[in-house]
Structure formats: C-alpha cells, structure tokens
Design a protein around this ligand. Structure first.
Ligand code: AN0
Ligand code: CP
Length: 315
C-alpha cells in the first residue's frame, strides 16, 4: 500500500480486515518490523481517539512517534504555487513536506473540511499538496471529505458483532448545533458499500451527500421507516453538501432515542465519537449494553495498526 487516504487505496479489503483481527489477537507480534521507524502525526484539528489510538498502534509495532499540533505549533503553511509570501503564511508546503519526509518513514495528517469552499474541500487540496511533496506514505487521520481509519474501524466492529450474514445497517443523520464535515458519513458509506450488508441512509431532505458517494445506496427520508428491522444504527451529523456547510433548523426530532431504537431488530447503536449526549443521541441509548461506541474506539488501534503494518511490510 502506497498511501491510506480512502478505501480506494486498499488492494485487498478481506486481507486488511484479517490483519486487523490478527493485530487485535496478538498486538506485539510484529514489534521487530517497526524498530527504528518513525511515524509523524500532524494535527490541524483537535483529536482524542485518532491521535492516541494511532500512537498506540505504532507503539505496538515498535515504532517511534512524533506528534505535532501543526496549526498551533508550526509555521503557517502556504499551499499556492508561486505565492508571493508577504502576508500571513510563513512556510511553503513544498519545504515543509520535504523536510518532514526526511524525519519520518510515514506521515499522518488530520485536516478537516473548511466547510466554506466546497471545491477545494472536495479536491482535498491540503492532503493532495502533502502527497505531492512528500516522499513517504501518507495516512489520512480525517481529511476534508473522508475518514478512512474510522470507516475501516466501523467495518471491523460490524464484522465482530453481526448476528447474520447480511445485516441491515442504517446510517442516520442526527442533530448537532454546529456545522460538521461530511467526511465520516462519506467514509462510512464507502466502506459499507464494499461490505456484505444492506445499507440504508436516512436524513432530512436537503442533507443529501454527494451522489458520487451515495451511488445506488437507498435514501429513506422517513427515519422511523428506515429503522425498521435494522441490525445496526450508525448515527452521525453532517452539514449540507448543497448549499455547502449549513446546519438546518428545527431538526431536534432527529435525535436517536429509545423509542426509535425499539423499532429496530434490537439493533446495536454506533457512533464515531465525540458525541453530544442528549443532542445527537439520548443517554439511555449510549448507556445501554447494545451501544458499540466504546468498542469502536478500541478498534481504532487495530485498524491503524493494520494500515501501519502494511506500510512496514511493503517498505
Ligand atoms: C468531527 C467530524 O464530524 O468530522 C470529527 C469526528 C471524528 N466531529 C466534530 O468535530 C464534533
Ligand atoms: N472518531 C474520531 O476520529 O475521534 P477523534 O476526533 O477524537 O480523533
């Protein structure tokens, strides 16, 4: 594997899932492979799970890790070719990416969507610039439009908990007071489309994801209808794609509660976290034994470890 920015970078998904399961069973088996290898983690945004689970994954493989909150601790980066840098930006990404490639054997980058410029976000402007100028593999820690480590983790968690061969998996929009990226939803859909599941998306009218993500996946605008017979309910807020980055109004009735969960086939509840309790989902749903959000967070380590192990093996 040359990079991990999307499910499209995965040659053999069955193989990658098997590696993640193996890493979970015997986390320290491959410690020798990471000896004297350095992972650099660059954060333009906050993180709890991605930062610590990816570090833990690297430690399990015997790697060294350097982590930087690059938005606060680094120089302000310029992305444009030929820029006359007499304003705010202090360092061009050309230099930054080449320098970092000398210090690191693999670089992880978290850079959320701006939610202002849809074209630049969906072109993955920042991530693509890093890929262009780096000479080591790049791993996405959530980019403008995708969160592949989350999608991979979610697939692993569903594989572990499914009660029959083709479970019904519902991605449901849920309320949130601030505009959030579409990245988690986009990746969840992409990974589920490659899995043995019946995927249904439900959201209020106006919150359609881009058609290149949704493809043939059915969209049901009635949340309660979508929940019927569901085996997994995956809740996530996202802001609108068109017009871009809006939150919507009066949609608090989309919150997931026990009454809605009772419509399902005793479904598991999933969320990538962080979650706003009693806004996105009611306490009782999160505190029930059918909630998988903590198990998902645990699997983040093994998803990251499988990806890092692939890089080390292909090195
Ligand atoms: C981010 C998002 O929705 O993309 C990160 C989720 C993993 N969520 C928030 O900022 C709350
Ligand atoms: N799910 C997830 O990526 O969490 P963090 O934003 O805390 O890393």
């Amino acid at each position: 594997m040359k990079q991990f920015t999307s499910i499209k970078d995965v040659d053999n998904l069955t193989d990658l899932l098997a590696i993640a399961k193996k890493c979970k069973e015997t986390p320290y088996q491959y410690q020798h492979l990471g000896k004297n290898k350095t992972l650099g983690l660059l954060f333009f945004n906050a993180s709890l799970r991605t930062r610590l689970s990816t570090q833990k994954a690297a430690f399990n493989l015997g790697m060294q890790v350097m982590t930087m909150n690059i938005d606060k601790e680094g120089w302000q980066l310029e992305l444009e070719e030929g820029a006359i840098m007499n304003q705010q930006s202090q360092e061009h990404i050309k230099e930054a990416a080449q320098v970092l490639s000398q210090y690191c054997d693999c670089i992880g980058i978290r850079a959320f969507a701006s939610l202002e410029d849809r074209t630049k976000d969906y072109e993955e402007h920042l991530l693509q610039k890093f890929i262009q100028y780096s000479s080591v593999p790049i791993i996405s820690l959530e980019s403008a439009t995708r969160h592949p480590l989350q999608g991979f983790t979610d697939l692993l968690t569903i594989e572990e908990h499914k009660k029959h061969s083709r479970p019904k998996v519902v991605l449901t929009w849920a309320p949130h007071p601030k505009p959030l990226p579409q990245a988690v939803a986009n990746s969840f859909v992409a990974w589920m489309q490659q899995a043995e599941v019946e995927l249904v998306i439900t959201h209020p009218k106006g919150f359609e994801l881009t058609p290149s993500v949704t493809q043939q996946t059915p969209v049901v605008y009635d949340q309660e209808e979508a929940f019927q017979e569901a085996d997994f309910i995956y809740a996530k807020n996202w802001s609108t794609y068109a017009p871009y980055g809006q939150v919507g109004v009066d949609l608090s009735h989309w919150m997931i509660d026990t009454a809605k969960m009772a419509l399902t086939n005793q479904a598991y509840f999933m969320h990538c976290l962080p979650v706003r309790r009693n806004v996105v989902v009611e306490d009782a749903v999160l505190d029930a034994p059918t909630a998988l959000h903590i198990a998902q967070a645990n699997n983040r380590t093994y998803a990251a470890q499988a990806v890092l192990l692939k890089f080390l093996q292909d090195d």
